[in-house]
Write a protein that binds this ligand. Structure first.
Ligand code: IPM
Ligand code: MG
Length: 367
C-alpha cells in the first residue's frame, strides 16, 4: 500500500472550488486502489498575502519541501491587482516555487477530444479528430530569471530596463532529455522551436538539441522551427506537431495559443517537473490546471474541475509512478465529458452542469 504525500495549494477564487472536487475524485480512486493519501493544505497567492503577508509564505514553502509533490490550484485576481508587480500573487508565488525546486520542465498537453471540436476557434475541418499535442516548455531559464534584470535611471535622465536571456548548454540538454522521453511515449517526433536566425541563445539551443538527439535518441525524428512560424503553424494545422520543445518565454506564449485552440482552459492540465527527486526516487513536481482563477465565475459552483482532476492524474503518473491510475482518471474524464456531462465552458449552449456534478460524473465513470 503506497502513501501519497503531497501539498495542496489551492490558491484563489475558483482554485479552492475545483481543488475540492479534484480531491474528492482522488479520494475515490484511493479507496478503490488501496492508496493512502497524506496531504496538507496551505495558503498560496492572494490567500498567502491576506493571511501571512506574502504570496509564498515560509510555512507553505516548508510544507512543499516536506512533500513528494505539489498539487496547485491557481492564484491571483482583481483583489491584489494594485500591488506592485513583484508582489503580485502570480509572480511572487509561482516563479519562486519554480526556481526553488528547479522545476525546469513544464509539460502542457494540448488535448481536445473529437467530440468537443466545436469548442475550438479553429474551423473544425482543420481538426476533424480533435487535437493531441504536447508542449514542453523550459521553465527556469531564459528571460524570466536571467541576470541582470533591473530598471535604472541613466546619466542623461532617461530610464532603461533590462531583462537577460541566458541559457547554459546543460540547461538545454536536460529539457531536451525530458522532451525525448515525452516523444518516445508518443509518436517519436519532436519539433524544437527557437529563433536561431536572430538570437544567440537560440543558436546554442538548436546546436545543443541537434547534438543531444543525435547522440542519445537516434530513434527520434527531430525537426526545427522558428517561433514566429510555429505560432502560425499552430493556428493552421496544430496536429502537424506531436511534441514540441522550446525555451521559457516562447513556451509561455505558444502554450497559451495552444490552450485557446484546444477550446477550453477548463480542460488543460500541466506538470512542472524538477531536477530533484522526491522520497520515492521519482521527479518532484508541481501540478496545476492551465486555466487561472476565473474571478468572474468564482463562488457560483460552475467552474470546470476537469483540468484540476487531470492535473491529479499527471501527479500520480510522474511523481508517484502510478501510470495505470493516471490513465484510469484520464479515461473517466474523457468518458464523462464525451458522454454529455459538461460544464458551461464546453456545453455550447446545451445543458450545463456545475462543478460538483461534473466531478460526480467522473467518479461514476471510475466505477
Ligand atoms: C504560465 C503563466 C506564468 C508564466 C505567470 C503567471 C507568471 O503565464 O504559467 O504560463 O508566465 O509562466
Ligand atoms: Mg502563461
Amino acid at each position: 500500500m503506497s502513501t501519497l504525500k503531497f501539498a495542496v495549494l489551492a490558491g484563489d477564487y475558483i482554485g479552492p472550488e475545483v481543488m475540492t472536487e479534484a480531491l474528492r475524485v482522488l479520494e475515490h480512486v484511493a479507496r478503490q486502489e488501496n492508496l493512502t493519501l497524506s496531504y496538507t493544505k496551505a495558503d498560496v497567492g492572494g490567500a498567502g498575502i491576506d493571511n501571512h503577508g506574502k504570496a509564498l509564505p515560509d510555512s507553505t514553502l516548508k510544507l512543499c519541501e516536506q512533500s513528494d509533490a505539489i498539487l496547485f490550484g491557481s492564484v491571483g485576481g482583481p483583489k491584489w491587482e494594485n500591488l506592485p508587480p513583484k508582489e503580485q500573487p502570480e509572480r511572487a508565488a509561482l516563479l519562486p516555487l519554480r526556481k526553488h525546486f528547479t522545476l525546469f520542465a513544464n509539460i502542457r498537453p494540448g488535448l481536445l477530444y473529437r467530440e468537443l471540436t466545436d469548442a475550438s476557434p479553429l474551423k473544425t475541418d482543420r481538426i476533424p479528430e480533435g487535437i493531441d499535442i504536447v508542449c514542453i516548455r523550459e521553465l527556469t531559464g531564459g528571460l524570466y530569471f536571467g541576470q541582470p534584470k533591473q530598471t535604472t535611471t541613466l546619466p542623461d535622465g532617461d530610464v532603461q530596463a533590462v531583462d537577460t536571456m541566458v541559457y547554459r548548454k546543460s540547461e538545454i540538454e536536460r529539457i531536451t532529455a525530458t522532451a525525448i522521453t515525452a516523444a518516445r511515449a508518443r509518436k517519436k517526433r519532436l519539433c524544437s522551436i527557437d529563433k536561431a536566425n536572430v538570437l544567440e541563445t537560440s543558436v546554442l539551443w538548436r546546436k545543443t538539441v541537434t547534438e543531444f538527439v543525435a547522440k542519445h535518441a537516434a530513434d527520434i525524428e527531430l525537426s526545427h522551427m522558428y517561433v514566429d512560424n510555429a505560432a502560425m503553424q499552430l493556428a493552421r494545422n496544430p496536429n502537424q506537431f506531436d511534441v514540441f520543445v522550446t525555451e521559457n518565454m516562447f513556451g509561455d506564449i505558444l502554450s497559451d495559443e495552444m490552450a485557446v485552440i484546444c477550446g477550453s482552459l477548463g480542460m488543460l492540465s500541466s506538470a512542472s517537473l524538477g531536477a530533484g527527486q522526491n522520497s520515492l526516487g521519482l521527479p518532484f513536481g508541481l501540478y496545476e490546471p492551465a486555466g487561472g482563477t476565473a474571478p468572474d465565475i468564482a463562488g457560483k459552483g460552475v467552474a470546470n474541475p476537469c483540468a484540476q482532476i487531470l492535473s491529479v492524474a499527471l501527479m500520480l503518473r510522474f511523481s508517484f509512478g502510478l501510470e495505470k491510475t493516471a490513465v484510469r482518471i484520464e479515461a473517466a474524464v474523457k468518458k464523462a465529458v464525451t458522454g454529455g456531462t459538461r460544464t458551461s465552458d464546453i456545453a455550447f449552449g446545451g445543458k450545463a452542469v456545475g462543478t460538483k456534478a461534473m466531478a460526480d460524473a467522473v467518479i461514476r465513470e471510475l466505477g
